[in-house]
Design a protein around this ligand. Structure first.
Ligand SMILES: Cc1cc2nc3c(=O)[nH]c(=O)nc-3n(C[C@H](O)[C@H](O)[C@H](O)COP(=O)(O)OP(=O)(O)OC[C@H]3O[C@@H](n4cnc5c(N)ncnc54)[C@H](O)[C@@H]3O)c2cc1C
Length: 417
């Protein structure tokens, strides 16, 4: 049986970022257990914002990420989101432009994951290790994997995505103690379907469409398309079918057949699209219980309307690693470290979860009271983006360390029960 200080269950963006961040601390022994046979990402794009870029810089990874971005990131103001009225046959118009420092920094997902993979120390990960359950026995956590193997650790971090098994057990245990409701475990359907596809840029050059409903990645050689259709009435209903399926180009074109000509031209170029039912979590009232914590989508799986889920996962990992690497973190203080992590990360990530959903309702003209009042929508949409540039992730680290220090010194906070 293996024994580690910290076990990360899941090696997606959150688990790998956490592993890389923890590898800077010689005193923290950690291991990643990934369900798949290897680390892998889907063939699509991912965007991040200036806050996340700051973290990648602080982790010493910016040079490697610069090489695989759509263009080397630069801190001047640039386009974040270009909101355009396109859902009519005549030519559309911009109704709001959001500009932020660094703009929208874009990558191919596989390249993005590979930078983390390349920085995970040799031997720090095991594959085909799907966690099936865990139990807490005294100060130890006992893990059981689908293949019959076992492991123990002092701290279990659920990095296992929106369908997290760690979240399921964590909330079941809290519910047995009468502390939480079980209906928080399952993600809920948002009523939105996302069609995703990649197009070689050569097929769409000569047109201005590459920046609309889409963005370039891989040094500008590929255009990433994400086309969303939403029915707000279906939010929280049961979606009958698999979450991700291949679909025909004709199905995607059919959904947008009465949209402006540039959309039609773009959708003519797509090949092999996939269709994603978009799920989200309800904002969780806790991300931790005793020596178990949730990070990334396991804690706050969100709709993609602000392109922020992976960025929030990276923020979680960075802050948690800083707290675990602090001299205040010892075997005896681990539960306090997790409380400090939750104290700073949960308000932020839950707000982004909620803001992402609201942003979608706004740009699809479904937000109550705003509808398609473009003049009113602009400033409200703009304010939804303040978090991206007006704050710094190290503020959370500082607040977390202060909170941890106060708790360890015996200045108890009312929510530290
Ligand atoms: C259409 C769409 C577009 C998006 N665009 C963006 C974007 O532009 N920018 C952005 O920031 N975010 C975006 N997101 C969100 C982003 O993809 C996620 O937030 C991010 O991938 C979450 O990473 P994670 O590591 O928490 O989870 P995951 O990526 O789901 O990784 C979980 C890992 O855990 C493993 N695992 C699962 N169960 C177990 C188990 N029982 N035992 C062991 N391992 C297990 C899985 O195999 C996987 O490797 C988008 C999402 C969607 C749906």
């Amino acid at each position: 049986m293996e024994n580690d200080d910290v076990i990360c269950s899941g090696g997606g963006i959150s688990g790998l970022c956490l592993a890389v961040a923890l590898s800077k601390y010689a005193n923290v022994d950690f291991h990643v257990y990934e369900a798949a046979e290897r680390f892998k990402e889907i063939g699509a794009g991912v965007m991040i914002w200036t806050r996340t870029w700051t973290i990648l810089e602080l982790m010493g990874l910016s040079e490697e990420f610069s090489k695989i971005a759509h263009a080397p990131p630069d801190s001047s103001l640039a386009v974040g989101f270009d909101y355009r009225k396109s859902d009519q046959p005549s030519e559309g118009f911009r109704f709001h432009l959001v500009e932020v420092p660094h703009g929208c920094i874009r990558f191919h997902r596989a390249d993005f994951l590979d930078v983390f993979v390349n920085n995970v120390p040799e031997g720090a990960a095991s594959f085909s290790k799907r966690l099936s359950t865990y139990s807490v026995q005294g100060d130890e956590i006992h893990l059981d994997f689908h293949d019959g193997s076992k492991a123990t650790c002092d701290l279990l971090i659920g990095c296992d995505g929106i369908k997290s098994i760690v979240r399921k057990h964590l909330f079941e245990m809290l519910s047995n103690d009468g502390k939480q409701e079980l209906d928080l475990i399952e993600p809920t359907f948002t009523g939105t379907m996302a069609y995703r596809a990649l197009i070689p840029t050569g097929l769409v050059t000569g047109s201005s469409i590459a920046g609309k409903a889409s963005y370039s990645i891989s040094r500008g050689s590929i255009v990433n398309v994400v086309a969303l259709t939403s029915d707000p009435q279906k939010e929280n209903t049961i979606f009958d079918g698999p979450w991700v399926t291949p679909c025909s180009k004709e199905e995607v074109q059919g959904c947008f057949c009465d949209w402006e000509p540039e959309v039609q031209t773009l959708l003519q170029c797509i090949e092999k699209p996939t269709k994603w039912a978009i799920y989200q979590l309800k904002p969780l009232p806790t991300y931790v219980s005793r020596n178990v914590a949730l990070v990334g989508d396991a804690a706050h799986g969100m709709a993609p309307h602000q392109g922020a889920g992976a960025g929030q996962a990276i923020e979680d990992a960075y802050v948690l690693a800083k707290l675990l690497g602090s001299p205040l973190a010892t075997r005896g203080t681990l539960a306090h470290v997790l409380r400090a992590y939750e104290h700073v990360r949960r308000p932020m990530a839950n707000a982004v979860l909620q803001g992402s959903r609201d942003s979608g309702l706004m740009y699809e003209f479904n937000y109550p009271g705003l509808g398609d009042h473009y003049g009113a929508l602009g400033p409200v949409i703009q304010s939804q983006w303040d978090w991206v540039w007006a704050t710094h992730p190290d503020e959370e680290v500082t607040r977390g360390l202060t909170y941890l220090d106060h708790n360890i010194q015996g200045h108890w906070h009312s929510d530290d029960t």
